[in-house]
Design a protein around this ligand. Sequence first.
Ligand SMILES: Nc1ncnc2c1ncn2[C@@H]1O[C@H](COP(=O)(O)OP(=O)(O)OP(=O)(O)O)[C@@H](O)[C@H]1O
Length: 252
Amino acid sequence: MKIAFCGKGGVGKSSISALLSLAFLEEGYRVLAIDADPSPHLARLLEIPQEIVPLAEMTELLAERAQKSGPYYTLNPKIDDLPEKFAVTKNGLRLMVLGAIRTAGGGCACPEQTVLKRLLTYLILSSREIVIVDMEAGVEHFGRATVAPMDVILVITQPLRGSLETTKQILKMAEELNLKKVFVVGNRVKDPSQEEFLRKEFGGLYLLSLSPDDELESREFEGKGLWDYRGKLFTQVKELKRRLQELIGETS
Ligand SMILES: Nc1ncnc2c1ncn2[C@@H]1O[C@H](COP(=O)(O)OP(=O)(O)OP(=O)(O)O)[C@@H](O)[C@H]1O
């Protein structure tokens, strides 16, 4: 299953991606997490201090292979075939980052988006393998259809005006791209009236609500990662995992 997390900046994409990765890992899945956010946080949340060679540098590799035996990405790589150089593995969880570092006014992210889209399109997964992608905030990856190869797209939203607007824009673009299995997940939903509001806004697309968790906030403040976090949000993210397995017809 390939799952993408989208939404406005700061809505909780990285935290929920990291927790969902850990929830699948706990259940014995092989997990590849990809941080496609230009200001990546997954490595910090997953307590991976090493530098990771950005996937964007794979462009050179792709070009090299194209000259020799055809482009690498047409070989339908499996997770194990992905070059080790671009990943760091911790307790069985593999993390890749898209990169590249763009300087102010440094221009377009086209090459990175192309690498990511090709990789996601051609990566072959077996039944208990999961790829979780923490996308860049906003709608750029919809404009470039980078999300098209995903099995499920989760748009994280908060009951706040700006977040709702971005969510609606994403849903509209997803519809234009004819993407199926696009769902909205409410984060920091404080009470039943907020949940009811979100359910009314998004109807059948609304999957579930996650509540605010002070423990998560304090961990962030203290700079602690999430490996040993077993708080309220982790329990709710495990429910999200169960719902995704149901949706995709994969039961444990
Ligand atoms: N349910 C929650 N309860 C409490 N704090 C939360 C919750 N979800 C996320 N946060 C906090 O909100 C902040 C932003 O979360 P996060 O970095 O996961 O968002 P993001 O959408 O990935 O942001 P960006 O787009 O800037 O990368 C973090 O400090 C995180 O700890």
